[in-house]
Design a binder for this molecule. Structure first.
Ligand SMILES: [Fe+2]
Ligand SMILES: [Fe+2]
Length: 404
């Protein structure tokens, strides 16, 4: 099945250029074009598409309006903005309806890989109704107290990059959204930004403030349904898993960037649980209500109820957002690393081990998860697990994880 992509731009030359750029993928991709929002909606009403790539500034209906409409009518379609550098403000305002942001003129490899990355993990989702549900979500739920803290910090005359980065990294949803933006080609940074403090440094406080506000507004939605999960525990578990994953990656002499990815993957690895809890609170509650003795039985309950687990759901959303692939992969396979074709010490192995060690160190007796010894053995690091465990215990004692 070919991937169906709709390109929208009021400038016919830009459209032609994009079509030419994508010609090399004509075996796998089917391209259609529209000269504006109304034409795009008319085309979408006639046949299904997988991806819409839209310009921002167009007469009549602009890109934000178009993508907002696409989001409402066809939530399963991946939405990408391709716009001029001068439209930065407009793009920030439209933070809600788009999954990814790219700048014009766009290098063809960046555009192609963005489309591929966005769609790459969709095969993991067997359940169509869940796929629809996940793509309707623009932001992740977060602990509200943290938003208040961030705003207070921003308003303080003592606000510093370090302090704001510290506050933001305690909030999973905010961290993901900010990293999505700072890593998008829109901001034009060549190197990969993997920590909120770095993001604050590069984006500037004002931009961060705009992001914080928009994400905050979004997070207010459906807060009541979060009662399904013990949020404080998930938060503590995620942060500790992030710290452990980075500790393990560092112990195994991974590069700094890999260790940072491990930290980020650890912080986001269970984000699928939040998505399920917010969007299907009743079903999720029922799924979790049955007898269960471990994290592994939670997975089984999820699979029975939804056909997929929180791992795939979380990874799916992060891939739509265009987060770096190693992070998406680590989240997708954090309970089943053996299913990942790549057998190498990296974020996935670190998060898989970090997750299990977190349960072993901080969890109750009935709250455990099994490490895949065969997989760890394949990486030839099975003998180092006791050392990891000691380092992880040490990391909590030292209160590491906030000084990234
Ligand atoms: Fe998990
Ligand atoms: Fe977990």
């Amino acid at each position: 099945m070919k991937l169906k992509i709709l390109l929208v731009d009021d400038d016919p030359q830009v459209l032609q250029g994009l079509v030419r750029m994508m010609r090399s993928r004509r075996q796998e991709w089917e391209i259609a074009t529209a000269a504006g929002g109304p034409e795009a909606l008319a085309i979408l009403s006639r046949q299904p598409f997988d991806v819409v790539v839209s310009d921002m500034r167009m007469p009549g209906m602009d890109g934000a309006q178009l993508l907002g409409e696409v989001k409402k009518r066809y939530p399963e379609i991946v939405r990408i903005v391709l716009s001029g550098q001068s439209d930065k403000e407009m793009v920030l305002k439209s933070v809600m309806p788009a999954h990814q942001y790219l700048t014009k003129p766009c290098n063809d490899e960046i555009l192609k890989s963005s489309i591929e990355r966005s769609c790459g993990l969709r095969d993991l989702l067997a359940d169509h109704s869940l796929k629809q549900l996940v793509s309707r979500i623009d932001s992740l739920p977060s602990l509200p107290a943290l938003y208040v803290e961030i705003l207070k910090e921003l308003e303080s005359q003592y606000a510093s990059i370090h302090r704001i980065g510290e506050v933001i990294s305690q909030d999973i949803g905010m961290t993901a959204k900010i990293l999505q933006l700072v890593n998008s080609a829109f901001f034009g940074y060549c190197r990969h930004i993997s920590s909120p403090a770095q993001a604050v440094e590069l984006l500037g406080l004002e931009t961060i403030k705009a992001l914080v506000l928009s994400v905050k507004i979004f997070s207010q939605m459906d807060r009541s349904s979060m009662t399904v999960l013990a949020m404080d525990r998930i938060w503590a578990h995620s942060l500790a898993t992030g710290v452990f994953a980075r500790t393990i990656a560092t112990a195994e002499k991974c590069e700094r960037a890999v260790a940072d990815d491990a930290f980020m993957s650890g912080m986001l690895h269970d984000v699928g649980k939040l998505i399920l809890a917010v969007n299907l609170p009743k079903l999720y509650k029922e799924a979790l209500a049955g007898p269960r003795s471990s994290e592994d039985s939670v997975l089984e309950a999820e699979r029975q109820t939804f056909g997929v687990t929180h791992a795939e759901v979380g990874a799916y959303l992060l891939s739509l957002w265009g987060l770096p692939f190693p992070i998406v992969e680590a989240v997708a396979f954090h309970h089943a690393p053996g299913r990942c074709p790549q057998k190498k010490m990296g974020p996935l192995a670190a998060v898989h081990a970090g997750n299990c060690l977190e349960y072993a160190i901080n969890g109750q007796e009935d709250d455990q998860c099994q490490m895949d010894a065969a997989y760890i053995d394949e990486l030839e690091v099975l003998h180092t697990i006791p050392a990891w465990q000691a380092l992880c215990r040490q990391a909590i004692k030292d209160g590491d994880g906030h000084d990234n």
